[in-house]
Design a protein around this ligand. Sequence first.
Ligand code: AOF
Ligand code: ZN
Length: 365
Amino acid sequence: MELLNDEFYMQLALKLAGGASGQTGVNPVVGCVVVQSGRIVGMGAHLKRGEGHAEVLALNMAGEEARGATAYVTLEPCSHFGVTPPCCERLIAEGVSRVVVGAVDPNPLVAGRGIQRLRETGIQVDVGVLEAEATALNEVFNKFIITGKPFVTLKTALSLDGRIATRTGHSRWITGAESREAVHTLRHRHNAIMVGVDTVLADDPELTTRLSVPGLHPARIIVDSKLRVPETARVLNDAAPKLVLTTEQADATKIDRLRGLGAEVLLCGSGARVDLAAAMTLIGERSISSILLEGGGVLNGAMLEAGLVDKLMLFYAPIIVGGVGAPSAFAFTGPEEMSSALRLNRVSMQAFGEDWCMTGYPPGK
Ligand code: AOF
Ligand code: ZN
């Protein structure tokens, strides 16, 4: 039985927040529950950048009953004028007597000022209830608001021997229906999806979100040093925003033709290959805070080697493909000794049908 305590209400607020994952753009997901004399009188979640913050929606619902109530908020109430006025002033004006906070807001414009302001006016503020969950929920926002660079989740389906295709290049399907449904959920939850041009050439993928209910379609990012992407590619010919990453050496007429199709072409460095680190800065400047990296192996390896991957989600199917030279999920030079292999941290496993998804974080992330 779940006990009615601070954690119970914070859990509820986290659930409200988590439901909106992927739809708040560069903003965090935030949930708020207002409790008066043992009854929930208001609930709210931030649903879209530019629209109401969680506290405001919950307080609107609570009305007069907010006076003397406790507000549970997954993220520190904001203290600044952004698109909307500061939430801490609204909490003060409504006469809330206690605020329970999950995690401090890392936004340099807030960063403890909201908590300080509430305390100044005599409101009791307790910080850190379910803090680990509250922090994990906003891993994308927490990185983006500090660095201005997108959070990159590398996702791949692979065989037990680490292959993403057979020796002939055949790749459909490695994992089962449950895993593929999970991948579409991941697409919904990321602002953009990134692939190498070889994947476009090999599969002509749609890279849309296809769930049993409608989902949000991510922007498409194609890494293409030599601009080999065909103008007829499906990813270039639908409504979603598209970015093509190339170099200053790229052919100017092809750039113009791609721009004519509505793609934004970003020149990332003057080298022979796309400068991926520079690309992340340019992508962040376009308000893309999260990227789902769907490989292939060469791009996966390059992103990982460059330290640009924040999280990995590896969907292992219970199959062995073999085949000398069959494409592997991570094609990079790699270390000489096993002790130097890249070891993931904070590893967890989740079953999807007969597949297992291993989630982990590279060193330093
Ligand atoms: C809260 N409650 O529900 C959210 C907060 O541009 P704005 O006005 O939407 O402000 C965005 C910033 O406010 C964002 O970077 C983060 O610091 C905070 N988000 N704060 O009190 C909310 N979404
Ligand atoms: Zn706010």
